[in-house]
Ligand binder design. Sequence first.
Ligand code: ADP
Ligand code: ZN
Length: 724
Amino acid sequence: MLVKVAIDLSLDRLFYYEVPAALQKKLAIGQLLSVPFGHQQKRGFALALGDWPEARAHTLKPVAEIVDAEPFFSPQLLALVRQIAAYTASPIESVLRSAVPAAVIRPNARPRELLFVDPVPDAPCAALTARQQWLRDQIVRLGGGWMRPLCDELKTTPASLRALAAKGVVTVAVRQKRRDPLAGRRLLPTQPLPLNPEQAAARERILSSEKPVLLFGITGSGKTEVYLQAIAAELAAGRGAIVMVPEIALTPQTVQRFAARFGDRVAVLHSALSEGERYDEWHRIRSGAARVVVGPRSAVFAPVANLGLIVVDEEHDPSYKQEDLPRYNGRDVAVLRGRLEGARVVLGSATPSLESWSNVAKGKYVLAELPRRAGAALLPRVVLVDMNEDAQTGGVRGAIYSARLLDAIRLRLDRGEQTILFLNRRGYSRSVECTACGHVVGCPDCSLPYTYHQADDCCRCHICGGWIPTPSACPACGARALAYRGVGTQRAEAALKKCFPAARILRMDADSTSRRHSHDDILGAFRRHEADILLGTQMIAKGLDFPNVTLVGVLNADSSLNQPDFRAAERTYQLLAQVAGRAGRAELPGEVYIQTYDPASGTIRAAARGSFAAFAEEELKVRASFGYPPYRHLAVIGLRSKDLRRVGDWARMYAASLRKVAGLEVSEAMPSVIEKAEGEYRWQIVVLSKSAAQIVKAWRWLAEVRPPPKEIRAGLDVDAYDLI
Ligand code: ADP
Ligand code: ZN
């Protein structure tokens, strides 16, 4: 018998080994094996057992050892891994590597074993000294303990306790001690809250629907309580659950909400854990000791047996998409796994992705809605400030702050309340904007702003690859007033200081956080009210909850819309909705000011009204007319090399070859928005198609007939999120 093994080598290839007679009965699919490879021993997973006559053409080496009799992958998980490898055109071992923490498969990975001292009940203790007698009594009183802390507590030495063991009154033995990421946290257990009628209906829908449920609920509508109670029902029925949250939301508070309800049955998996904690948590999941897993996208692979429910919270969040190999989307994998294992799936969001929203319309998903807040907090009042009008009524044309927003800030300063000001900008993409009329120069074919490329002084569309020389005057109004970038946080801070010299201002952006202060320092200082105003980029939009903040200002809602990305409107809506959900959480009612030069924009108006359905309807029309996702699949082929000339040549050659494939729409080859990174030049090709499988097929064909030379790295990103 032979076994096909995936070895972690970044080779898109499986290897055959002979199964020695001694292992024939024990070897099973999904196990971790140790196999000879060259002159080394390597670890790999058993993927298939059988007899492949063609493999016998070479002499095969035998498997050296079964590292762990318990399989790491169930047959369903292996099927899932195979499907992801196929869908994302990734080597299967790269998917396996994503699915199991490295901390678990390292050759030196093992449980922590420490010495434990146990009293022996009713042992005769005639031959003990008085001191030994006392030690024994203390150990009985404490019920035993770990050697080290016990010695500290009793002011004694391991040698003394071993002497006691020699006399038979205690035992000293090696025991596994769990490395617990939540150790030392005092958690007050929480009880289920009585659900309001919408929450109860949502819970019933989740527990009864065969299809994935999209739980569309505004911020604070009580989605988490619905998850908790749906999970409780699954646990009661003997099934397990996985809760996926965005990386940035995976804070101790989030984990504690689940741990406070389910206690020790919760395991956490995330990047901040130590290797040992990760090892132990993963094993607690596989052994069934933990039945609820909370983690980021990779948690979707957790080896939960008899899986009943997968929750994907904030399902629209881009962090579910992995940007490196394998480029999977954790949300989509959740749906796939649910189907393979017969588990229920719930995708929750206040601002669903348009992919999921349209899946409801198509009947693939079922909708459950939570339209109102669960707790006492009120929704803030949202004010849309038309910057054109403001300029005519007391404000200054082209100013960063409108007169109305300045008044609102002044009021907060007078009342001793706090303000958050929000400036959305992605530093690296530079659009060309007219400072006189606000027009943004864009591609007529793709309805996207051009990106300015300094290297060849041109404006390029990052969907179709079309370009124009940078115009010298605004194509809309003719003014010679084009500028290459929006307002930065530093300028916004300077202008604010001028208006309010006495106000204490904190700035948070990539610059300010990388230098003296960390993210947490700045937020901590603001929470302690050591500043009146927090000014920052989108990094302050998420996961923050400050009780004393009653005003949130969005300085430039437009610049978020004017990103060279077909998802710009969707991201703007998400951002504005998130910001609007921020203020007014506590007893103090809040206000949100959104400044725009484009008050007619459907996206901004819908966000101001909190009408996601209206936004989605309008935006889906735009997507449909250009054939953007969710109407077609969009993939990015990226090429990187230190050799500028060759990478461009290969990109052009690839684009030309792909254009001959029927059913694909292929862009011009173009330099990426970030043209050079880590010493490498980056080019890209954008491919649109009705079928993702067809894109993958074309890519595999290309990689076979025209494999890239060594100095060029080429990769495919199906359903890409990052178009930069
Ligand atoms: P979401 O996850 O939708 O943002 P949360 O689950 O965090 O909302 O709920 C927001 C607040 O409302 C929390 O303080 C929560 O304890 C409270 N809450 C949720 N459900 C109920 C309920 N049925 N009754 C009372 N309070 C609730
Ligand atoms: Zn274009």
